[in-house]
Design a protein around this ligand. Structure first.
Ligand code: SF4
Length: 456
């Protein structure tokens, strides 16, 4: 992979607008409160899928990272998790009724901080899921881990429960950066955690990094990237820090003058991408890197990579059930989201057994456009013939206006349209969101609203 071609400054400047990350199409902005339980039940009954992915949101964190824009609750009180598990149990019992014909092939614990839960609480949660759903013999079980406030042997406990994938929040190993973001943690401990996880059978380990944080520069970030290399993991997520202090109060603790300016931030991104690729990772796209032997990299090479609310995945034809506060489900041709506030979630589960607050039944047009956008995001090309056959449409006629909108990208050598395919050039990898936006029927309503992060 020739990495230098990703960084054509003139093209990146031309297309550096705001855009969705397309973990779904339509995006969550199109969800509405008219979606209700009956729609959910209908979506389950009409779904052709028999595989099920479970996402469980654990909203609690021990302390506040000042860069954070997630939906979380910072508390030192472990008993809050006890209450939460009781409500999760009620929600699981209610939702499981709909999935008796499904086999769970994926479980993902996200947050917040799933490792906020004690070992006993983790056991309770996994047993709850196993008692209520049919677990496939082979399944992926993954968990996001905060390397603070845990013991090394958490890995052994997780492995015994069936977890085989782990994602660890590293962000940056530099002490000055860590103090500024209020997230001091030991790199040595993370190394030990990775080694121990490998030794007890975890077969995929991901590290999260962030560029654009206070006091970061190429020298400090090179130490972070060197530390990452020494850990020899399978995947890296490299996120851009989006400074939005008017939206996220904690970010007001980060002074503007501490942050790298746009030029320095771009240099950091370029440096990180080049370094990770030189370390042997494939750049999968949208912040994600995987070793060539990792199934995500293999799936992308085979054109079979997929994308859902949790990011890239190899699993197609799989319904996704979100459990817990704010979690999102994608069942058949529907999306739905639980109440985002803990109090509201508890009240809804008490009253109804579930906490669906909003959602959307997809139209046929949503489904067709969603397929095109997913193909672009995952595989950088669209098989027009296959989409035309699948949906019984004339592709060029159906997307006549969208294909006209692509002309700027075609003129810039970023996209090629043939009678059978749309092919995105490697040099457009960082601009893939912009190309997807041309197929987004809702985008015109949001284009000037700064509802999304910048694509670079
Ligand atoms: S970054 Fe993670 S651990 Fe830190 S406050 Fe946000 S959700 Fe919690």
């Amino acid at each position: 992979m020739q990495v230098a071609q990703f960084f054509d400054k003139a093209l990146l400047a031309k297309y550096n607008t705001s855009g969705p990350r397309y973990t779904s199409y339509p995006t969550a902005l199109e969800f509405n409160t008219e979606f209700e339980q009956a729609d959910f039940a209908k979506a389950v009954s009409q779904s052709p899928n028999r595989d099920l992915s479970l996402y469980i949101h654990i909203p609690f964190c021990h302390s506040l990272c000042y860069y954070c824009g997630c939906n979380k609750i910072v508390t030192r009180r472990r008993d809050k998790a006890e209450d939460y598990l009781l409500y999760l149990a009620k929600e699981v019992a209610d939702r499981a009724k709909y999935f008796g014909d499904h086999n769970v092939t994926q479980v993902h614990l996200g947050g917040g901080t799933p490792s906020f839960l004690t070992k006993e609480q983790l056991t309770t949660l996994v047993n709850l899921l196993k008692q209520n759903f049919n677990f496939a013999e082979q399944l992926e079980m993954s968990i996001e881990v905060d390397p603070r406030e845990i013991e090394l042997d958490i890995t052994d406990h997780l492995a015994n429960l069936g977890f085989n994938r782990m994602s660890i929040g590293v962000q940056d190993v530099d002490e000055v950066v860590q103090i500024a973001i209020n997230r001091t943690q030991s790199t040595r401990f993370i190394q030990q955690l990775v080694e121990r996880a490998k030794s007890v059978g975890f077969n995929s380990i991901n590290l999260d990094l962030i560029y654009g944080l206070p006091h970061q520069n190429q020298e400090t970030f090179s130490r972070t990237l060197a530390a990452v290399e020494s850990m020899n993991v399978d995947r890296i997520s490299l996120f851009s820090y989006a400074h939005l202090p008017s939206r996220f109060a904690a970010q007001r603790k980060l002074k503007d003058e501490w942050l790298p300016d746009a030029k320095k931030k771009f240099s950091l991104m370029r440096f990180a991408i080049e370094t990770l690729c030189a370390q042997g990772f494939d750049f999968i796209g949208m912040d994600h890197f995987a070793k060539p032997t990792d199934e995500l990299a293999i799936a992308q090479k085979n054109g079979t990579l997929h994308r859902n609310f949790q990011g890239y995945t190899t699993q197609e034809n799989c319904d996704l059930l979100g459990l817990g506060v704010s979690s999102i489900s994608a069942i058949g041709n529907s999306f739905s989201q639980n109440n985002k506030e803990l109090k509201g979630y508890y009240k809804a589960v008490d009253q109804q057994g579930h906490a669906i607050e909003k959602g959307r039944m997809l139209t046929t047009d949503d489904v067709i456009r969603g397929q095109v956008i997913k193909a672009l995001m995952c595989n950088m090309k669209v098989d027009k013939t296959a989409i035309a056959k699948q949906f019984d449409i004339d592709f060029d006629q159906y997307f006549a206006d969208d294909l006209v909108s692509l002309s700027a990208f075609i003129d810039d050598g970023l996209v090629t349209v043939t009678p059978s395919e749309i092919i995105v050039a490697a040099k457009a990898r960082l601009l893939i969101r912009n190309i997807c936006m041309t197929f987004d029927a809702y985008m015109k309503q949001h284009i000037n609203q700064q509802r999304f992060s910048r694509v670079i």
